[in-house]
Ligand binder design. Structure first.
Ligand code: MN
Length: 203
């Protein structure tokens, strides 16, 4: 498959416009919100393309990206939105609008498995076995071609996965439950930022 990968420094160029549905993923220097930082934001329109934005770690000045994230008319497909939104909220300071999360969709749709990783969903719905080997690599500096491909891989399949999960949720009449669950995502992220990490509903 031919991938159209574009690396942008600091921000998305202003001339790039997206349709009403984009896939988004982020890469960090680690998973600890206290000490790690947001490095990359990847966006795909769903046509085998990936725009990889390498953020400026000192200023996080990215007005074009921020306006897309805040655009209520652009549906954003994440996989595990909780982590991405946490780092976006802290470093870019925006409240992302119109969020969907294929991991939450999968948990509500696919009761027949406990495997809800992106790799598992790509295997089931796209039929290929991708490598997550570069998941733990240094995204803070210059990026290798392999890293760029890895980053692209995390966004190019999300439109198809979203459609497949949507069909199951519709068929099983769980779409309303999913819609209500995903509405809570920004509150869940606020709880994370306030260090309420556990399931606050648990006894
Ligand atoms: Mn990723």
């Amino acid at each position: 498959m031919n991938l159209d990968i574009k690396l942008h420094k600091k921000d998305l160029p202003q001339e790039i416009k997206f349709s009403d549905k984009i896939a988004i993923d982020c890469e960090f220097t680690g998973l600890n919100i206290e000490r790690d930082r947001l490095c990359l934001v990847q966006i795909s329109s769903g046509n085998n393309d990936a725009h990889i934005i390498q953020l400026d770690k000192d200023s996080y000045d990215a007005p074009n990206l921020k306006s897309i994230l805040e655009d209520i008319n652009i549906n954003k497909l994440f996989h595990y939105a909780r982590a991405d939104l946490l780092f976006i909220k802290k470093h870019l300071g925006v409240d992302v609008k119109s969020i969907n999360c294929t991991k939450i969709m999968s948990k509500i749709a696919r009761g027949y498995t406990d495997k809800h990783g992106l790799k598992d969903l790509i295997k089931e719905f796209i039929g290929i076995d991708i490598s997550k080997q570069l998941q733990s690599s240094d995204f803070g500096g210059e990026l290798s071609d392999k890293q760029l491909k890895y980053c692209a891989q995390d966004v190019i399949y999300l439109h198809k996965i979203y459609d497949s999960l949507n069909k199951i949720l519709e068929r099983e009449k769980r779409i309303n439950l999913y819609d209500k669950t995903i509405k809570f995502i920004n509150t869940r992220v606020e709880l994370d930022l306030a260090s309420f990490k556990e399931d606050i509903w648990s006894h």
